[in-house]
Ligand binder design. Structure first.
Ligand code: SF4
Ligand code: SF3
Length: 547
C-alpha cells in the first residue's frame, strides 16, 4: 500500500500525495508520521481521562505539542525521530495510565489507540500501514477529523514557541488532547465535529494571544522598521523559521565574534523587535520565502540555522552548511539540542561561519515592516482619519503562506492592481509576493502593513476589533476589510479556524481550496461562513469591490 497525505496546499492533483509527497516526503516518512499521530491520539485519550481526575502531566503536554509540531509540512524529514517518538509516546501513555488510575480515573473502554502495545519494531511498522488518513472510511468524517487535526498541529507550533519562552496555558493543552482524542470517537456526529472545529478556532485565538504575550513581554513590541536586504563583507549565519528564542540566543552568542547574522523567510520579523535591534551585527534579511531556499542557501555561502519549518530537503551543494534545532530535522543535517535549561550552544555554527566567505549579494535596498497591533494602534488616529476622509477605502488581509506554485503569482498581480486607496494587511511568509514592490503610502501609512510572522495574524485581528470599536460597529464584517488569504501548511489552518471563530465571513482562500475538505464539508463552510476560493485577479477584484 502506498502513502496518503493531503495536509498541505501542494497535495498532488488537489487530492492527495500517494506515491511521494510534492514536498519531498517519502512513503516511509509519511507512514511513521501517521504512526506518531496515532500514538498521540491514544495518549491524548488517556490525557483527557487523567485531567478528569485532576492529573495534569506536563511531560505529556510537552510531548503532544512537540510531536504534532514535528509532523507539520516541511518540519522534520528524519524517519528515526518519529519512530523514537512513537516509542516514547507509548511509554508516557502507560505511565500516565498508572498515575490516572491511582487518582481514580476510569480507564475501561478506551479506544484501540490507547491500548495498543507493539511487541517489536516490525509490529510497529505494520501498524503504521493501517492508521493513516484513509483509515476513516466516511469521507465527511475523515474531512472533519483531519481539519481538526491540522488545526491542532498548527496550534501546537504556536504553543511550542510560547513554551520556549516560559509561557503555557493548561486549558489549551487540555483542549489539544480533547480534540485529538475526539478524532478516535466513532460516535461523534458531523455536527459535533463541526462544533469541535470551531472550538479549535477559539483555542487558536487563545494560543496566538499567548504567543503574542510571550514574544512582546520577552522582546518588546514590534516597531515600524526598515530592514536592509543587501549584504556586508563579513562571514555570516543565516537563521530561518519562527523561533524567537533561538535568534535571541544566536545574536547574543555571535556578538563580538566578527560573524554577522541575517534572517531568512519567516525570521524577518525578528528585526521589528526592540530587543534584537540593539545588535550591530544583526545586518538584515537575505532572500525570500522558504521555497526559494534551495537557490538562496547556495548563494549565502555561510552556515544556516533552521529553527522550524519550512525546511526543504537540502541539496548536496550546501547541506554541510545547514544545521537544525528544535523539532526540525533531517538525517543528513547536524542538529543542535538545548541543554536542560533550554540553553543552546551555537559555537560550532559560529566557528563554521568563520571559515566561510561573506554572502553573495542578491539584492539591495530595504523593506519596511513592524506593524503589529501596538504599532498600528499607535498610528490609530492617522489610520482612522484616512478612513474617514476616504484616503483609505479598503483593507485587504492577505496574510498566510507563500509557496512554489506558479499560480501564486496571482498575489503579486493582485497587490499591484489594487487601487491606490487600498491597504494590504499581511503576516506570514505570504508577504514575499508583494513586500518588495514599492506600493507607496497613503498619507505616510505604507500600503503594505506587515504585522510579522503567520502567528502575528493575531495582530490583524486585534487591529480589526479596534477599528470596529472606533467606528462603533456591531459586526466585524461591517468593516471595509476583505480577506484574500494564501495558505500552504497547517499553521494557516489554525489561523483560518481562529478567524471563523471570531465571526469573520467571506474569507477567500487560495491558490486552491484544501484537498482535505470533502464536498459536503466545503459546502458547510461556504454556506455558513461564505468561504470561497480565488479565480483570476480581474474577476476577483470586481467581486471584492462589489461584495
Ligand atoms: Fe503532499 Fe503536502 Fe503531504 Fe507533502 S505535506 S506529502 S506535499 S500533501
Ligand atoms: Fe511560511 Fe512555511 Fe506557512 Fe509561518 S514558513 S507561514 S509556509
Amino acid at each position: 500500500m502506498g502513502m496518503f497525505c493531503f495536509q498541505c496546499q501542494e497535495a498532488a492533483g488537489c487530492t492527495g500525495c500517494t506515491i511521494k509527497g510534492v514536498c519531498g516526503k517519502t512513503e516511509d516518512l509519511a507512514k511513521v508520521q501517521d504512526l506518531l499521530v496515532y500514538v498521540v491520539k491514544g495518549l491524548s485519550e488517556v490525557g483527557v481521562k487523567a485531567r478528569e481526575v485532576g492529573v495534569i502531566n506536563k511531560k505529556v503536554d510537552k510531548f503532544v505539542t512537540e510531536s504534532l509540531f514535528a509532523t507539520i509540512t516541511n518540519a522534520n524529514w528524519d524517519n528515526s525521530v518519529f519512530i523514537t517518538r512513537a516509542k516514547q509516546g507509548l511509554e508516557l501513555r502507560e505511565a500516565l495510565k498508572i498515575e490516572a488510575k491511582n487518582a481514580g480515573a476510569d480507564l475501561i473502554n478506551l479506544n484501540a489507540a490507547a491500548n495498543w502495545s507493539p511487541a517489536n519494531d516490525s509490529e510497529m511498522l505494520a501498524k503504521a500501514e493501517t492508521v493513516g488518513v484513509l483509515a476513516t472510511e466516511n469521507e465527511d468524517v475523515r474531512s472533519l477529523r483531519e481539519l481538526i487535526i491540522y488545526g491542532i498541529k498548527g496550534l501546537s507550533a504556536y504553543m511550542k514557541h510560547a513554551n520556549q519562552l516560559g509561557y503555557d496555558d493548561d486549558a489549551i493543552s487540555g483542549f489539544m488532547q480533547k480534540a485529538m482524542s475526539a478524532t478516535l470517537n466513532d460516535n461523534l456526529s458531523a455536527d459535533e465535529l463541526v462544533a469541535l472545529t470551531l472550538e479549535a478556532g477559539k483555542f487558536g485565538v487563545d494560543g496566538m494571544a499567548l504567543l503574542d504575550r510571550a514574544n512582546t513581554e520577552s522582546y518588546g513590541n514590534p516597531e515600524m522598521t526598515k530592514v536592509n536586504i543587501g549584504v556586508r563583507n563579513n562571514p555570516a549565519i543565516l537563521i530561518s523559521g519562527h523561533d524567537l528564542k533561538d535568534i535571541d540566543q544566536l545574536l547574543a552568542q555571535t556578538e563580538g565574534t566578527g560573524v554577522d547574522v541575517y534572517t531568512h523567510s519567516e525570521m524577518l520579523p525578528a528585526h521589528y523587535y526592540p530587543a534584537f535591534k540593539k545588535y550591530s551585527h544583526f545586518v538584515g534579511n537575505y532572500g525570500n520565502a522558504w521555497w526559494k531556499q534551495t537557490e538562496e542557501f547556495e548563494k549565502f555561502n555561510g552556515p544556516i540555522l533552521m529553527t522550524t519549518n519550512c525546511l526543504v530537503p537540502p541539496k548536496e551543494s550546501y547541506k554541510d552548511r545547514v544545521y537544525t534545532t528544535g523539532v526540525v530535522g533531517h538525517k543528513d543535517l547536524r542538529h543542535i539540542e538545548a541543554d536542560e535549561n533550554g540553553v543552546k550552544d551555537f559555537s560550532q555554527i559560529i566557528e563554521h561561519a568563520k571559515r566561510c566567505a561573506a554572502p553573495t549579494e542578491i539584492e539591495k535596498g530595504e523593506i519596511i515592516g513592524g506593524f503589529a497591533h501596538n504599532q498600528v494602534l499607535a498610528l490609530a488616529d492617522q489610520v482612522v482619519e484616512a478612513v474617514k476622509t476616504g484616503a483609505i477605502k479598503r483593507f485587504f488581509v492577505m496574510a498566510g503562506c507563500d509557496g512554489r506554485a506558479k499560480s501564486r503569482n496571482y498575489y503579486t498581480e493582485f497587490a499591484e492592481k489594487l487601487p491606490k486607496d487600498a491597504v494590504i494587511l499581511t503576516a506570514g511568509c505570504a508577504k514575499y509576493k508583494y513586500n518588495k514592490l514599492n506600493l507607496g503610502d497613503i498619507n505616510g501609512i505604507p500600503r503594505v502593513l506587515d504585522a510579522g510572522q503567520c502567528n502575528d495574524s493575531y495582530s490583524l485581528v486585534v487591529i480589526a476589533l479596534k477599528l470596529k470599536e472606533v467606528f462603533g460597529l456591531d459586526d466585524i464584517n461591517e468593516l471595509p476589510i476583505s480577506y484574500n488569504i494564501a495558505w500552504y501548511e497547517q499553521k494557516a489552518v489554525i489561523v483560518l479556524l481562529s478567524l471563523l471563530h471570531l465571526g469573520v465571513k467571506k474569507i477567500h482562500l487560495g491558490p486552491t481550496l484544501p484537498a482535505f475538505l470533502s464536498p459536503n464539508v466545503a459546502k458547510v463552510l461556504i454556506d455558513t461562513f461564505g468561504i470561497g476560493g480565488i479565480t483570476n485577479v480581474e474577476d476577483d477584484m470586481k467581486m471584492f469591490f462589489e461584495a
